[in-house]
Design a binder for this molecule. Sequence first.
Ligand code: FES
Length: 143
Amino acid sequence: MKSRRDFIKETASASMVICCGVSAVSLLQSCTSAKQITVEIRNKTIRVSKSEFTDNSYLVVANMALPAPIYLHKISDEEYSAFLMLCTHNKCELDATSKMLVCPCHGSEFDLKGNVTEGPAEDALLQFSVTVNENEIIIDLNK
Ligand code: FES
């Protein structure tokens, strides 16, 4: 028969294993980083190969000439959207996730259509026109 002390010790150890397991999974999920690529801008246009999308639903597209990276979201093989990752509240660079964009400065949140879902920002993100051909996604920086 187990003593009360042994029972408490075993229960506490099992709880620690469960808690650590859950924490490790949460930590790994939150540490999953976005795929970022650096691109060239030619004639105010960015071309991204469709092959950059494998199991990811979005890319962070960077170029030093941009005020912030572009969030390129894959809606389907033929449909993509592109937003400047610059908060419309006070111009902080946004953090990207597969579900939303979040401002680290004051907590504004934007959905995958660039609309504000949580303030203090009031205006939607700057959206670029995107066209698609067989192999590429073309982001037009003029629009
Ligand atoms: S700068 Fe983004 S919420 Fe203030």
